[in-house]
Design a protein around this ligand. Structure first.
Ligand code: URA
Length: 297
C-alpha cells in the first residue's frame, strides 16, 4: 500500500511538474529562444549534438550560417534550417492514442515500453500523457505538451466526464446503478462522485475469457482462473461514466459491487472520443476542431 501511494505521488509530482515547467516555457516561446533549445525542442538532437552541428556549419538562420548555439531565434519570424531542411517551431502538439495493453502511461520506464515510445513522428520532445491508464487498460489517451490543457482536464474541480467500457466477472446487480448514481462508498471509505452505470449485456463466460492476473499487480483482484471457476460463469459488459480519476477507480468501483474488472477500455474524455479507426497502438494528431473543443473546457 505504501509502495502504491508512493508511486502515485511520484506520478503526480512528475506530471504536475512538467505542466508547470511547460507553462513557464509556453510564456517565453512567444518571444525568443536559443538556437540549440529551438532545435532540441523540435527533436533534432540533444543540445550537445546540436552544438556540434552548429560548429560544423550545418545550421542557417535567415539564410546565413549560424555557429553560435546561443543565438536567439525569434518565433515565428526567423527561418532556421538544419542540413538544408527548414525546421519550423511547433508550439503545441496533440495526439490521440489508442493505448494498447502492456504499455505504461509515463514518459520513461525501465521495464516497459511507454506511450511516448509509440509516437514515431513527434515534432516536440516534451510530450506527456494527460492522466494515466493502467498497464492493462486500453483506449483513449491524449498525449500533448500543452500543460494548461492537461491541467484543465485533470483538475478535480472541472469534473470532466470519462467514459469506460468494462467486462466484469459475474452479473452486475441492478442495485449497482443507483448506488453509483448516488455516489458509491468504497470499502476503504473513499466516497466516489456520482457516476453513471449502464449494463450493456450479460453473457456466458467462455474458456477464452480466462482471468489473467493483472500485469502490474493491481486490481482486478482475481488471482487466477481457478479462483473464479465455478463461482461465476457470467460476464457483464458495462459502460461507466465517472467524473474523477482516482487510482484504479473503475476497478475499485466494480470490485466494490462484487464484479471485478476483467478488461477495461476508455472511450472518451470530455468532448474527445476515441477514433474507432485507431487499432490498439495506433494514434493520430487531433483535428483543429478537437483541439478547439478541448480549449472550451
Ligand atoms: N480506472 C481504472 O481502474 N483503471 C484505469 O486504467 C482507468 C480508470
Amino acid at each position: 500500500m505504501a509502495k502504491k501511494s508512493l508511486h502515485k505521488r511520484l506520478y503526480f509530482f512528475t506530471v504536475f511538474d512538467m505542466i508547470e515547467d511547460n507553462q513557464e516555457r509556453s510564456e517565453c516561446l512567444e518571444k525568443e529562444l536559443r538556437l540549440d533549445k529551438f532545435l532540441a525542442d523540435m527533436a533534432q538532437g540533444s543540445r550537445s549534438q546540436i552544438r556540434a552541428m552548429a560548429k560544423n556549419g550545418l545550421i542557417t538562420v535567415n539564410g546565413v550560417t549560424e555557429k553560435r548555439p546561443e543565438r536567439k531565434i525569434r518565433i515565428p519570424d526567423d527561418m532556421v534550417t538544419l542540413a538544408g531542411k527548414p525546421v519550423s517551431y511547433t508550439v503545441m502538439e496533440y495526439f490521440m492514442l489508442n493505448k494498447p495493453k502492456g504499455v505504461v502511461s509515463a514518459t520513461e520506464d525501465k521495464r516497459h515500453k511507454t506511450v511516448i515510445d509509440l509516437i514515431q513522428t513527434p515534432s516536440r520532445r516534451d510530450l506527456f500523457p494527460v492522466g494515466r491508464l493502467d498497464l492493462d487498460t486500453e483506449g483513449l489517451l491524449l498525449l500533448t505538451n500543452d500543460g494548461a490543457l492537461a491541467h484543465r482536464l485533470l483538475s478535480p474541480k472541472k469534473q470532466v466526464d470519462k467514459v469506460y467500457m468494462a467486462d466484469c466477472l459475474g452479473e452486475v446487480p441492478g442495485t449497482a446503478i443507483q448506488m453509483f448514481a448516488k455516489g458509491l462508498i468504497l470499502p476503504d471509505g473513499l466516497c466516489c462522485l456520482p457516476a453513471s452505470l449502464v449494463i450493456c449485456g450479460v453473457r456466458q463466460r467462455n474458456v477464452e475469457d480466462g482471468i489473467r492476473p493483472p500485469a502490474d499487480n493491481t486490481p482486478p483482484f482475481v488471482k487466477d482462473t481457478q479462483d473464479a471457476c465455478g463461482t461465476d460463469d457470467k460476464i457483464t459488459t458495462v459502460r461507466l461514466t465517472i467524473r474523477e480519476g482516482k487510482f484504479h477507480q473503475v476497478k475499485r468501483m466494480m470490485e466494490a459491487v462484487g464484479c471485478p474488472v476483467l478488461s477495461l477500455k476508455r472511450l472518451s474524455v470530455g468532448p474527445l472520443t476515441l477514433d474507432p479507426k485507431l487499432l490498439p497502438g495506433e494514434y493520430r494528431r487531433l483535428t483543429k476542431k478537437e483541439v478547439e473543443l478541448l480549449n472550451r473546457l
